[in-house]
Write a protein that binds this ligand. Structure first.
Ligand code: OGA
Ligand code: MN
Length: 288
């Protein structure tokens, strides 16, 4: 199948044009998409119409899928689909309503983080015809490369604690009194330790892996030192020269590599402006 690849920004992302993801893809076409995924880290496919099972089938071409630990938001018929939405059913949230409130990468709080995630936009909130609820992506390879040699050396062998509980504590601090994990969820996602600098499993390029939402602290130093260094790194990762801001359209499918990128959701909309998306999440391999 013939398709084109157009870069979305200087640092990361590409749009793939001319592919219908609801149809089975031949191996050669799929291999080119997978190469583009590793080269650009974020892929956009516009004007897609994918049922839940078609999205699961396309994601499976890349490998095994995760069933998300926040299981109250998983699709009732397709547990591999996590619903990302602000929509309510009575007083129940139908999906995770505050996904991506802090810069993060998916499942960095698991022993084996995710390889990549895919969001299919089914409803996009708008105001005066303009989309709201953009998502920012940043290249943590570009961010790593731009660090001073001193800082690179300082963090090379550092380790950090990652936890989903940390994200929930931040949400509560920021005023979301409903944010809570069940005991079973806490057991499935205990604190884990990963290195701060990770080589990408395919490209080998180094990435800055600590993230604002899920990294609780650095090991081997005082809390104050850890806070200071993390704040420096988080500020650096979010610099505009490494980022691409995605303005959603209904029918968009955006897929990102969870190792060399982080993402952030802009929460500038509220009901009755509805946002409704289906996410699939690829299982990863053990980190270095
Ligand atoms: C996610 C996420 C951000 C968004 O689905 O992993 O962080 O903009 N979403 O919905
Ligand atoms: Mn996310």
């Amino acid at each position: 199948m013939a398709f084109s690849i157009e870069p979305l920004s200087d640092s990361l992302g590409a749009e793939i044009r001319g592919i219908d993801l609801s149809q089975p893809l031949d191996n050669k076409t799929f291999a080119r998409i997978e190469d583009a995924f590793h080269a650009h880290s974020v892929l956009l496919f516009r004007d897609q119409s994918l049922s839940a099972d078609q999205q699961v089938a396309f994601t499976r071409r890349f490998g095994d899928l995760e069933v998300h630990v926040l299981d109250q938001y998983n699709h009732p018929d397709f547990p591999e689909i996590l619903i990302v939405s602000n929509v309510m059913d009575g007083d129940r949230h139908v999906g995770i309503y505050d996904a991506g409130k802090y810069w993060h990468t998916d499942l960095s709080y698991m022993k084996v983080p995710s390889r990549g995630s895919m969001l299919h936009a089914i409803e996009v909130p708008t105001e005066n015809g303009e989309p709201l609820g953009d998502t920012l992506f940043t290249s943590t390879t570009a961010a790593y490369d731009a660090l001073s040699d001193d800082l690179k050396e300082r963090i090379e062998t550092l380790e950090a604690v990652y936890s989903l509980g940390h994200r929930f504590s931040r949400l509560v601090e920021d005023g979301d009194t409903d944010a809570a994990m069940t005991e079973a969820q806490q057991e499935r996602a205990p604190e884990v330790v990963h290195r701060v600098v990770q080589p990408h499993p395919v490209t080998g390029r180094r990435v800055l892996y600590v993230n604002e939402g899920q990294t609780a602290r650095l090991l081997g130093m005082s809390d104050a030192e850890s806070r200071d260094l993390l704040d420096t790194l988080f500020g650096h990762i979010a610099r505009p020269e490494y980022t691409y801001r995605h303005k959603w359209r209904e029918g968009d499918v955006v897929m990102w590599d969870n190792i060399p990128t982080q993402h952030l959701a802009i929460q500038d909309y509220a009901l009755p402006q509805r946002r409704y998306m289906h996410r699939t999440t690829l299982r990863g391999k053990a980190l270095a």
